[in-house]
Design a protein. Sequence first.
Length: 63
Amino acid sequence: MHNHALTAAMTLYKSGTLTLSQAATRAGRSEEELVVALRRHDIDVREEGDLTAATADSPVRAD
């Protein structure tokens, strides 16, 4: 399957670079499927309006 795309999407979601919706699209999964994968990997699922993952005090790297 798309393991690389899923891993990349989860990493970008965890860092705050992508929203849940964006990460799901990038991974080729539904939001519900992505939430299951995130929880399996112990990645916190944040509210869509929660921008605390990426603030001026904690810059996000895209590399």
